[in-house]
Design a protein. Structure first.
Length: 427
């Protein structure tokens, strides 16, 4: 009981120290600091007397048979207790709270008056600024509408520029890779016509005057550029199928179209999805396969499709090889040189280049440039260059010309000589 009273008094002492200070809103006659000191002194005095009582009680408990235990309490002990238990401090707090409420009310009233004063003073200025803000908002709305209209116009112009640029790219590819005397001419947004330059340097419509090879080249260029232009707008991964792109092309343009496809499609990092290239010419597939392996080593699949009794037989190949075909071509050339009468020159003219292409495919990692491969190969195996690469390639032009028999035979002999020396080097 006494310990509990003691603890209460200690808490009261702490409260006095913390809360009875000069910040209290009180009458100026009240000395709050002196009041705090009095309350603390009263509290300490009572605590001391209680501790004396506790000690004597404990002593009696420890020695109950002892008769000489006496308790002496201060005669003024009662007065501090009355002072602490009086209503002086609660009344003081109540008075402080009332004063604080009055002061806060005065402050709020004065703040309101000040606000009203400044609002009244600047009301006209406020209305003027408000009107200007509304006017500016209206102008901003008009400007936003103009911007939206201009953006639509810009988008439309951009589309037109893209369409113009696309035709520029078509003609750029056509001139860079194939022809300087053929061009695309725009008819509408997605339609074109082809024109050829005549002997006077004027552009005239080709209509149906393009050869089959020229039509193939024009179609491939148009298709690939259209595909590349649509890549950004494609939502899903596309499947791109290029079906026998070398149809009706001579050897030189076969090389060019293969190089064009690999440059535009295979080496473009934007390309995604699946790419299918179909061809009856194994040499074409070998060249493209080399490029694909350099780009995606483990993502290339080679499939061979054959017909057997009206049934398609599909076989997955591990590799494409030219060795058997090279031997077949070599035997044909050998037979032609020994007995020309059994062959038509038109059926032979492709074979010298075809044989060399298959050799170059075996020897060189990059066999896309026939002329470079030809020159490097002859130098490597130490053969005198009796004919240039261009001489060999011109054999498959003008296939109906019957006046070139001696030239054909000599070129075939030279290619046979190259192949035989290659076989000796290889073994």
């Amino acid at each position: 009981m006494l310990e509990s009273i003691k603890n209460e008094l200690i808490s009261y002492e702490e409260w006095c120290n913390k809360n009875l200070n000069s910040k209290l809103i009180l009458d100026s006659k009240i000395d709050i600091d002196n009041l705090r000191i009095q309350q603390i002194d009263y509290t300490k005095h009572i605590i001391q007397e209680i501790e004396k009582i506790i000690l004597k009680i404990q002593e009696k408990l420890d020695t109950p048979n002892k008769d000489d235990i006496f308790l002496q309490v201060d005669n003024k002990f009662e007065y501090p207790i009355k002072e602490i238990l009086s209503d002086n401090i609660p009344m003081l707090i109540t008075y402080h709270n009332q004063q604080q409420t009055q002061y806060q009310s005065l402050i709020d009233t004065n703040i309101k008056k000040i606000k009203q004063h400044f609002i009244a003073k600047d009301k006209d200025r406020y209305n003027e600024i408000h009107q200007r803000i509304n006017s500016l908002n209206n102008r901003i709305t008009c400007i936003d509408k103009c911007i939206a209209q201009r953006e639509k116009q810009i988008d439309k112009i951009d589309e037109e520029i893209k369409k113009l640029d696309s035709f520029d790219r078509l003609n750029s590819d056509l001139n860079e890779w194939f022809y300087n005397d053929i061009r695309f001419e725009k008819i509408s947004d997605s339609h074109y016509k082809t024109q050829r330059k005549d002997c006077d340097g004027k552009w005239i419509d080709c209509k149906n005057n393009l050869s089959e090879g020229e039509k193939t080249i024009v179609s491939v260029i148009y298709f690939i550029n259209r595909y590349l232009a649509s890549l950004e707008s494609l939502q899903e991964c596309p499947i791109l199928i290029i079906d026998d792109p070398i149809t009706s092309l001579d050897s030189q343009n076969k090389d060019k179209i293969i190089n064009y496809i690999t440059n535009k499609i295979i080496h473009d990092d934007r390309i995604r999805g699946q790419l299918f290239i179909l061809s009856h010419d194994k040499n074409v597939l070998i060249k493209i396969n080399k490029c694909l392996k350099q780009k995606e080593k483990n993502k290339t699949i080679i499939i061979k499709i054959e017909k057997n009794n009206y049934i398609s037989m599909i076989q997955k190949l591990q590799e494409l090889k030219n060795s058997n075909e090279a031997q077949e071509i070599y035997k044909k050339l050998k037979s032609y040189v020994e007995n020309q009468k059994e062959y038509l020159e038109s059926s032979i003219k492709d074979l010298p280049r075809n044989l060399l292409e298959k050799v170059f495919a075996i020897v060189f990692d990059d066999d896309s440039d026939f002329t470079k491969c030809y020159n490097d190969f002859l130098k490597n195996i130490d053969i005198e260059q009796k004919y240039t690469a261009g001489d060999i390639q011109t054999l498959n032009h003008n296939k109906e010309d019957e006046d070139l028999e001696p030239e054909i035979k000599n070129k075939c002999k030279f290619v046979i000589e190259i192949f035989e020396k290659f076989i000796r080097y290889k073994t």
